[in-house]
Design a protein around this ligand. Structure first.
Ligand SMILES: Cc1cc2nc3c(=O)[nH]c(=O)nc-3n(C[C@H](O)[C@H](O)[C@H](O)COP(=O)(O)O)c2cc1C
Length: 330
């Protein structure tokens, strides 16, 4: 039987299929199910920067009347009998580590390198194997430059790296003025992994009653192409791990990402649609494909179709429908 083991963020995973941060990863029962069905690692549902700061500020205010947060805040908070969202999150990490043996990756959703970064140390103390930082600033402020927005990424990474020895992954969007430069700079700062790309909530319109509605919550099976392109371009240029995410719904799209050089993939929508047991189906299909091609381990084919190793490196950079498609008809 081929071996699905891989290494991601310096962690040994039994499979490249990671359960992405979502409502599917917010309780011990769900984590056990994901492990039973073969997830190689689990990213816990994110805690949000605002939640951390609000609760820390409230407690500090109540205790000292000083509106500042010090690293020792958590020592005081430990003595507080009332459990808040932040404490519950740390308990989830501790219980998860006791309940499952796959790596547990904590997740923070943030927009700044502010006070919340002290919390990274608490996550480390609680026993998480790594921390994934989901960082996105919607570039709506016309007075800020792209560089100023991107500086937040470097500040967050530096501040958190200074606090903890945990492996750190950054979950990023594709919306940057120079994506490869951003990723390279993060890699030079020793980020342990890049998760590309986050999928965002997008509003939609109802043209019957002219109201704003929810856009599509789940991705579709064709949404993986952007992540595939950039995995292929970046995997041979950086030393950090890469996890593909968004629109990865089939064993075929998982294999494509591994061929492009991803170390792992993160799935949410397809598990919402088919349940955690679908990981078994995907794994069996990957085994069958590996056997068919004589691959014994992921190492045997990972990166075989990264940009320079593919038979058409220029295709990764092709963005316009040029002459190749001039005679395209349906
Ligand atoms: C209902 C739902 C909740 C999610 N919650 C989070 C979250 O708390 N933190 C996070 O980083 N990503 C969250 N995501 C994004 C997923 O982790 C994943 O990156 C994204 O859905 C793309 O993968 P997919 O196409 O397999 O769904 C959520 C996605 C869904 C559908």
């Amino acid at each position: 039987m081929p071996n699905l083991a891989t290494n991601y963020l310096g962690l040994d995973l039994s499979s490249p299929i990671i359960a992405a941060s979502s409502g599917l990863t917010d309780s011990i029962e769900k984590l056990i199910e994901l492990e039973v069905h073969g997830a190689g690692a689990i990213v816990l549902k994110s805690l949000f920067e605002e939640e951390i700061i609000m609760e820390m500020d409230e407690k500090i205010h109540a205790m000292t009347s000083r509106p500042y947060v010090y690293p020792e805040t958590f020592d005081y908070m430990d003595e507080d009998p009332q459990e808040d969202t932040v404490r519950k999150y740390l308990r989830l990490i501790k219980e998860a580590k006791a309940a499952v043996s796959v790596p547990i990756i904590a997740s923070i959703n943030c927009v700044s390198a502010q006070k919340w970064t002290y919390f990274a140390r608490e996550i480390e103390k609680a026993g998480a194997d790594a921390l994934e930082i989901n960082l996105f600033v919607l570039p709506m402020d016309m007075n800020r430059t792209g560089d100023e927005n991107e500086q937040i990424y470097y500040d967050v990474l530096k501040t958190v790296k200074d606090q903890v020895a945990l492996p750190i992954a950054l979950k990023i969007s594709p919306y940057h003025s120079n994506l490869s430069n951003l990723i390279k700079r993060l890699d030079d700062m020793n980020v342990d992994g890049i998760v590309m790309f986050n999928r965002f909530y997008s509003p939609d319109f109802d043209i019957k009653d002219l109201s704003v509605t929810n856009g599509q919550i789940l991705s579709g099976p064709d949404d993986y192409k952007n992540s595939l392109r950039w995995t292929g371009i970046m995997s041979e240029r950086v030393k950090c791990s890469i996890a593909g995410t968004t629109g990865i719904h089939t064993s075929e799209s998982i294999i494509k990402h591994l061929l492009a050089g991803a170390d792992a993939v993160q799935l949410a929508s397809v598990l919402y649609k088919n349940g955690p047991e679908y990981i078994d189906v995907l794994s069996k299909e990957i085994y069958a494909w590996m056997e068919e091609h004589g691959f014994k381990s992921i190492r045997d084919f990972k990166g075989k179709m990264s940009q320079s190793k593919s038979n058409d490196p220029a295709a990764f950079e092709r963005v316009q429908f040029m002459k190749q498609f001039r005679n395209f008809v349906m």
